[in-house]
Design a protein around this ligand. Structure first.
Ligand code: AMP
Ligand code: TRP
Length: 347
């Protein structure tokens, strides 16, 4: 089957969004709206794989929705909704629990990181998390998935699940009229640009993350201008001047990270940043980087705050998005169930 190009991605409604989310995911999502049919999902079912305070979860779902809208995600053009409103995600995830193999999930590095030493005490949901992610994507037969570098392994698993489903049910899929036996596409990761992996401002070898204890390690989308400037001023660097060419960034993770952030914010290549700043000290470069950051993130934070003043309007956006999402996912799930051999309900 020739699959139409369709974009799907998801973000967790936990903690605050940071510059890594903005550059690694948000900017690309917003850009793809210009060229593709896009479906964007606040993955609240994924969020509860670790315990969430109910009031805090409700607030985070709205806050993440507001941040994406403030950054330019247009809920009229794209579909924006929260996962738990569309039951096809959970249903298809169960089916995929029965397609994916234990051995595949045992290789997932994110589970190992998140479960840590106390593995026995991790939820079963945290372990099966990648199967739900595959269901998110394949419930829409999405072909392109913009994510940061850390999601690559999960995307490979989604491809393996799609392929195994197609193989396991090949005859039934063909009998349903798919002559080439392909019911699910192989979704492709879209991991491009100068900032697919934004690193901590305190340690260029660690990923910028919401779980890092030091707030100085990341720029939050809710930080005010002073906080942004201070964090960049205090960012770890080395004593050398900036190199003139990208080769000169090798072995200098902090310099590489700051140059990558500048490039991504300015929408240019790292080499262009270095042709402007090569030979100059960090004391010159950091204020320019702070100005750029403040100019881009400041208005987004203001707009997100404004949207949060009207939670009913955010909820309305999510309900409308879920209605539109269901219209795509339900028929695909219905066909998948028939292919497996379930008897369909009349509705
Ligand atoms: P999460 O906050 O883990 O739900 O991630 C949401 C999106 O942001 C995913 O597409 C991640 O790959 C991306 N992301 C998270 N942290 C970073 C980072 N430090 N650099 C680049 N992308 C990131
Ligand atoms: N696991 C992703 C993350 O932590 C979020 C996610 C859930 C997702 N479902 C998805 C991303 C489907 C892309 C497609 O960032």
């Amino acid at each position: 089957m020739k699959f139409n190009e369709r974009v799907f991605s998801g973000m967790q409604p936990t903690g605050s969004l940071h510059l890594g989310n903005y550059l690694g995911a948000m900017l690309k999502w917003i850009d793809l709206q210009k060229t593709h049919e896009c479906i964007y999902c606040v993955v609240d079912l994924h969020a509860i794989t670790v315990w969430q305070d109910p009031e805090e979860l409700r607030r985070s779902i709205r806050q993440v929705t507001a941040a994406y809208m403030a950054a330019g995600l247009d809920p009229e053009k794209s579909i924006l909704f929260n996962q738990s409103q569309v039951s096809a995600h959970a249903e298809l995830a169960w089916i995929f629990n029965c397609v994916a193999r234990l051995g595949w999930l045992n290789r997932m590095t994110q589970f190992k990181e998140k479960a840590g030493k106390d593995r026995e005490n991790a939820s079963v949901g945290l372990y099966a998390y990648p199967n739900l992610m595959a269901a998110d994507i394949l419930a829409y037969r999405a072909t392109h998935v913009p994510v940061g570098d850390d999601q690559k392994q999960h995307l490979e698993l989604a491809r393996d699940i799609a392929q195994k489903f197609n193989n396991d049910f090949g005859d039934s899929i063909r009998a349903a009229g798919y002559e080439d036996g392909e019911f699910f596409p192989q979704p492709e990761p879209v991991i491009v640009g100068p900032a697919t992996r934004v690193m901590s401002l305190r340690d260029g070898t660690r990923k910028m993350s919401k779980s890092e204890p030091s707030d100085l390690s990341r720029i939050n989308l809710t930080d005010d201008n002073d906080a942004i400037s201070k964090k960049i001023r205090k960012a770890k660097t080395d004593p050398e001047a900036l190199p003139g060419e990208t080769d000169g960034l090798a072995g200098r993770p902090e310099a590489d990270n700051l140059v990558g952030i500048y490039a991504a914010l300015a929408g240019i290549a790292k080499s262009e940043v270095l042709s402007e700043f090569g030979g100059r000290q960090f004391s010159d470069f950091k204020p320019a980087l702070a100005d750029l950051c403040v100019a881009q993130l400041g208005p987004i934070a203001d707009e997100a705050r404004r949207l949060m003043d009207d939670p009913a309007e955010i909820d309305r956006v999510l309900v409308d998005g879920a209605d539109r999402a269901r219209r795509i996912a339900d028929p695909i799930l219905g066909e998948a169930k028939e292919i497996i051999g379930f008897i369909r309900s009349s509705s």
